[in-house]
Design a protein around this ligand. Structure first.
Ligand SMILES: NC(=O)c1ccc[n+]([C@@H]2O[C@H](COP(=O)([O-])OP(=O)(O)OC[C@H]3O[C@@H](n4cnc5c(N)ncnc54)[C@H](O)[C@@H]3O)[C@@H](O)[C@H]2O)c1
Ligand SMILES: [Mg+2]
Length: 341
């Protein structure tokens, strides 16, 4: 009965959808896949698959480029047969999007299978996300980050935290349910505020000891439970560098997979000209200092390799364009260079 209702509902929505844009149709289609297990199971037979192994994405190197291959359902079956595994593996995949033509995309972690066999069969390698994210085409990195985040969430939410019983994912992987308690778990992320503080003519960039040598970035911090974005922003700036924010402006947001699923909320903040002396919290930061426009422009031209000096020290460089900190720094430069002198 439920299946008939869903089929009728789908027919009605597709008629209704004739008047909708490609984007709206796509979002409605994805939503249906999340809500209807049978529909999603059927979609898995015509979808494409991105492979992971213990959360490392599968990449192919072609010339100097790293490609993110999508396997068809037929190729998936062939690989699984070759490894003497059943097609049921496909049901372990999670939905991560679809094309404008409604070809659904799934991510599947084959961590329990022999890595080297898959790598030689498909002529590529499973690559740590910390490398993969920065070598694939920039347009592919958000997909890679969110696919890994969803797979990671499922891997770490196999059991109900109330009953200790196994939880079960829906076909699309948009939730997990504990049938003993009836609790539904949804994928979670932690909100983080990232703030480029300026005093009007300089910007404040910081280093943690865990960063690659020479890399400086904007201040960041996890939001505490119950805090608004503006409260978290003011608190983090006060905690980490001892300054009081006068005003701030939202810039953009980004999903970030490290350490696991953050929603980065990026802002520009101003501190008063009278109040620019940094009092750094050395438990959290290794260095925090003001950078002038010239130094920022020079830093933007460098990366890890080119910042290394003959004596082994590193000149400042900033996060690559995949990181939202890069956007904040670029926006600050634009604002400084477009100001009337
Ligand atoms: N994409 C970017 O451009 C960009 C730039 C800077 C930082 N980041 C990310 O922002 C994240 C947070 O920045 P930070 O390290 O300065 O934060 P932070 O200043 O809040 O300090 C981190 C500490 O906060 C605690 N903490 C509180 N809530 C936490 C939670 N939900 N998850 C993990 N730890 C929590 C832990 O003790 C942790 O060591 C980092 O993990 C980093 O990957 C991204
Ligand atoms: Mg911080």
């Amino acid at each position: 009965m439920a299946a008939i209702y869903q089929a009728v509902h789908r027919r009605a929505s597709s008629l209704f959808c004739r008047f909708h844009s490609t984007y709206v149709k796509k979002m409605r289609y994805l939503n249906e896949l999340k809500e209807d297990d049978d529909f999603c199971r059927q979609a898995q037979t015509s979808g494409t698959f991105y492979l992971f192994h213990n959360l490392s994405p599968f990449l192919q190197k072609v010339g100097k480029k790293y490609l993110l291959p999508q396997l068809s359902a037929a190729e998936m079956k062939r690989i699984l047969e070759k490894m003497k595994e059943t097609e049921q593996w496909i049901e372990k995949s999670v939905l991560i999007g679809c094309s404008d033509e409604h070809v659904p995309h799934f991510a599947l972690d084959l961590g329990a299978l022999e890595k080297s066999v898959i790598e030689s069969e498909l002529q590529g390698s499973f690559t740590d996300l910390r490398k993969a994210l920065f070598v694939v085409d920039v347009k592919d990195s958000p997909l890679l980050a969110s696919a890994q985040a969803l797979l990671r969430w499922h891997e770490s939410h196999q059991y109900c935290s109330k009953t200790g019983q196994p939880t079960q994912k829906n076909l699309a992987g948009s939730k997990r349910v504990c049938h003993a308690s009836g609790i539904t778990y949804y994928p979670q992320m932690s909100p983080v505020v990232i703030t480029l503080v300026s005093d009007g003519s300089r910007c404040l960039l910081t280093r943690q000891s865990s960063f690659p040598q020479g890399m400086y970035t904007a201040l960041s911090g996890f939001c505490d439970l119950g805090e608004s974005v503006e409260e978290a922003l003011r608190r983090e700036v006060a905690e980490e560098v001892g300054l009081e924010v006068e005003s701030f402006q939202y810039s953009a947001s980004q999903h970030w997979p490290f350490p696991s699923s953050c929603l980065m909320i990026a802002c520009h903040a101003l501190v008063g000209g009278q109040q620019t002396e940094i009092s750094m919290n050395s438990l959290e930061l290794e260095e925090a200092r003001w950078f002038g426009l010239e130094e920022v422009l020079e830093g933007l031209k460098r990366d890890y390799t080119s910042s290394k000096q003959d004596d082994g020290s590193f000149l400042p460089w900033f996060p690559p364009k995949q990181a939202i900190a890069h956007k904040l720094i670029n926006e600050w430069v634009k604002q400084q260079t477009s100001r009337p002198t």
